[in-house]
Design a binder for this molecule. Structure first.
Ligand code: ATP
Ligand code: MG
Length: 374
């Protein structure tokens, strides 16, 4: 449906490295695809290149089988002929217009007939549940309503691809969650191929069929949410997608099964390492919060048992987050607030505690940063 090959873009005025660096992606029809990554990694630049608002330095872009950009063949289809709907990070609602006039704007530009425009605007406003606000002046809208207007305006032309650039970042937490569900429902109802941009991992996982993680303009992880969370290919991906700890160490043993032993500041750990590593080579070990458990009478130890100190608690509602320190390293764990585990931890702040790490689920990354789940 949408294919990008070798896309590159450098802004010579600001960046020493490319904003988008040799990016290749294939996005199936009707799928919800998310570009995820930290600020400045090139997400907006990628969307703008797809929309035709930015001229790439190199690469090719195909939309629905049509070549819309090629540096080699000198093809560049103008934005209004790419059949794309876009919602910008800032919404870009016109303040001097009503809701209906804002939504009609792209069609007016295409010189459509008045009755056609009215019909399309009614349809788009109904999709976002704003039919009753058509005549309201744009400045008299809440943040969530403005976001819906921007969405209706992106949908009014019946685009083949919808591009959404952090559309929920200005909304409060509750509304963000509600709009997340609405956007996903709308996308499925219309069967619309959608590319969504966010730096929020939870949002990306909740919405997407597939996620691409970007770092410094490059693609570092690609797959369905479960796969990239469970088996990240890079150390950056592991850290960005989870809330775990990354420990540096070196290999002290390699078994024929692929299992390796790693000497780390908290002692020797072991797991499977996908890439070939020799004894002595530097590696990183990634430990997720859910793979840490406190040893209680009802929770038997599993994996590597360690003794540390409880340093900090953080109450998150149904979940209690806690930090244990061992040899100067802090590891984050999580447990259900009303579990026996949490009761014990609450009593032990500043005191010793015995905990275990489920080693089979840890991720070992070789020095070249490519990793495999254990
Ligand atoms: N028009 C521009 N001129 C010069 N440099 C730019 C321009 N647009 C983006 N950049 C630079 O390119 C890099 C990628 O920017 P981009 O806006 O694509 O990041 P992003 O991933 O969308 O970040 P954010 O999450 O903060 O929106 C950044 O280093 C940015 O400073
Ligand atoms: Mg951006």
């Amino acid at each position: 449906m949408l294919r990008i090959e070798g896309l590159s873009k450098t802004f010579h005025s600001t960046t020493e490295h490319a904003a988008v660096d040799n990016l290749s992606l294939e996005i199936p029809e009707k799928s919800f695809f998310t570009l995820l990554g930290p600020s400045g990694c090139g997400k907006t630049t990628t969307l703008r290149c797809i929309a035709g608002l930015e001229q790439p330095d190199a690469g090719e872009i195909f939309i629905d089988g049509m070549l819309v950009f090629s540096s080699r063949k000198r093809v560049s289809v103008p934005p209004h002929r790419r059949r794309i709907g876009m919602v910008f990070q800032s919404y870009a609602i016109w303040p001097h217009m009503t809701v209906a006039q804002n939504v009609a704007y792209p069609l007016k530009n295409l010189k459509k007939r008045q009755d056609e425009i009215e019909e399309a605007v009614r349809w788009a406003l109904q999709l976002v549940s704003l039919g009753h606000m058509a005549d309201r002046p744009a400045p008299l809208l809440s943040g969530g309503e403005q976001q819906r207007v921007a969405l209706a305006r992106a949908l009014v032309e019946s685009p083949t691809v919808l591009l959404l650039d952090e559309p929920l970042s200005n909304l409060d937490a509750k509304l963000r969650e509600q709009m997340r569900v609405e956007i996903r429902d709308l996308q499925q109802k219309l069967g619309l191929t959608t590319i969504y941009v966010t730096h929020d991992q939870t949002e990306a996982f909740a919405l997407s069929d597939a996620v691409a993680v970007m770092h410094s303009g490059r693609l570092v992880e690609l797959g369905c949410p479960e796969d990239i969370y469970e088996a990240p290919k890079t150390a950056f991906g592991a850290e960005f997608l989870g809330a775990g700890a990354m420990l540096s160490g070196h290999i002290v043993g390699v078994e024929s099964s692929g299992r390796v032993s790693v000497r780390t500041p908290i002692g020797d750990l072991w797991s499977r390492c996908g890439s070939a590593v020799a004894e002595g080579s530097a590696v990183q070990v990634y430990i997720r919060p859910e793979d840490l458990a406190v040893v209680t009478s009802s929770t038997p130890a599993e994996g590597r048992i360690l003794d540390g100190h409880v340093r900090r608690l953080s109450f998150l509602g149904g979940i209690l987050e806690w930090w244990v320190e061992i040899n100067g390293v802090q590891l984050r764990g999580r447990s259900l607030t009303h579990s026996p585990e949490s009761c014990l931890i609450r009593e032990r702040v500043g005191q010793p505690i015995r905990f275990c790490i489920r080693m089979s689920r840890c991720v070992v990354a070789s020095a070249d940063a490519s990793v495999e789940s254990g």
